[in-house]
Unconditional design. Structure first.
Length: 115
């Protein structure tokens, strides 16, 4: 990611929608699904910012662009976790705190992954 600032609420909602879409989406589709109360140009600006942060790819679709995720949500979230670990002063404490917040099902899944 080129910009390390956390995603804003609207950016996060747009990313959630794009990740869940069956294929590339245009600004008008995003506007209708995520923020119909916002101006089309505002949604275009958010999509452009996400593209500039390398979170989205885009290709021409008529007069507009169609946007798709640059990587899966799982890969993105894993990258966020790696960024957190990279800057952590006490990595063991961070991991321990994270594991302490996991539920039974999540702990079981983690155990299976580690085997």
């Amino acid at each position: 990611m080129s910009d390390k600032r956390p995603l804003g609420a609207l950016e996060d909602a747009v990313m959630e929608f794009v990740w869940s879409a069956d294929g590339p989406v245009t600004p008008s589709v995003v506007q209708q699904a995520v923020a119909p109360e916002l101006a089309y140009t505002t949604v275009m600006t958010i999509l452009t910012r996400l593209w500039q942060k390398n979170l989205l790819t885009r290709d021409r679709a008529g007069r507009a662009y169609a946007y798709a995720p640059a990587r899966s949500e799982a890969d993105h979230r894993a990258g966020q976790m790696q960024d957190t670990m990279r800057v952590a002063g006490d990595r063991m404490a961070v991991l321990s705190s994270f594991v302490d917040t996991l539920g039974t099902d999540e702990l079981e899944a983690l155990r299976k992954l580690l085997e």
